[in-house]
Design a protein around this ligand. Structure first.
Ligand code: SF4
Ligand code: SF4
Length: 208
């Protein structure tokens, strides 16, 4: 016959005095321990739609869907795929865009209830329509960089547009819809993607 070890006897005595380690959930409410990682909840005040969390999410539980036609970015977080690793919280560039919560009771019959959706306005290249980033992300960068942001036209022009301090008399741009868009040097004063900015800097409307 095997005799219980001293550690097991100690645990039995401790359980007799302090009660069991297990809780009676769901018959009684359960309080998770400190540092418990439950449902990651985005905070719309601090989340800027930068996509960094979706890049590091191991099971692809964060999906980013960009719609340049409507100029919006949607971020979906799927809690039925989430493994509660906390990488999204750790790698969030604003440090508060998403927080691991104490929520653990996520069971549901309808998977559509196990997701959350966020929407962000996109900033697009005024010449070719390429996505530059979410407006909230660019404005956050302007604030973060301070005077250094003046070295980047899309950043500072987005901020000026937001503050309604953008000069209104910029000459007509080479519009993306025109068949053979002329390149004009003044396009550098527009919100352009790196490729179109490069072209506007190098060429003028005669291709020189
Ligand atoms: S990394 Fe943070 S700020 Fe960026 S999209 Fe994710 S939660 Fe939002
Ligand atoms: S906790 Fe981990 S798995 Fe869940 S959304 Fe964040 S990064 Fe993805």
């Amino acid at each position: 016959m095997k005799y219980p070890k001293l550690r097991e006897i100690g645990e039995a005595i401790r359980a007799l005095i302090k009660g069991p380690y297990t809780s009676k959930y769901p018959f009684e409410p359960h309080t998770p321990p400190k540092k418990f990682r439950g449902k990651p909840i985005p905070d719309d005040e601090y989340c800027i739609g930068c996509m960094a969390c979706s890049e590091v999410c191991p099971p692809d539980a964060i999906e980013v869907v960009d719609d340049p036609e409507k100029g919006i970015r949607k971020i979906y977080r799927y809690y039925d795929r989430c493994i509660f690793c906390g990488q999204c919280e750790v790698n969030c560039i604003t440090e508060k865009g998403v927080q691991m919560s104490n929520e653990y009771d996520l069971a549901a019959f309808d998977r559509n209830k196990l997701r959350c959706e966020q929407e962000f306005e996109l900033v697009l290249c005024e010449k070719c329509g390429a996505i530059i980033g979410s407006k909230k992300h660019l404005l956050w960068l302007v604030k973060k960089l301070g005077p250094l942001a003046y070295g980047n036209f899309p950043l500072i022009l987005t901020a000026q547009k937001e503050l309604k301090t953008l000069m209104p008399d910029i000459p007509p741009s080479s519009h993306p819809s025109s068949e053979s868009p002329p390149r004009v040097r003044s396009d550098v004063f527009r919100i352009l993607c790196p490729k179109c900015r490069h072209e506007a800097l190098i060429f003028d409307q005669y291709g020189h």
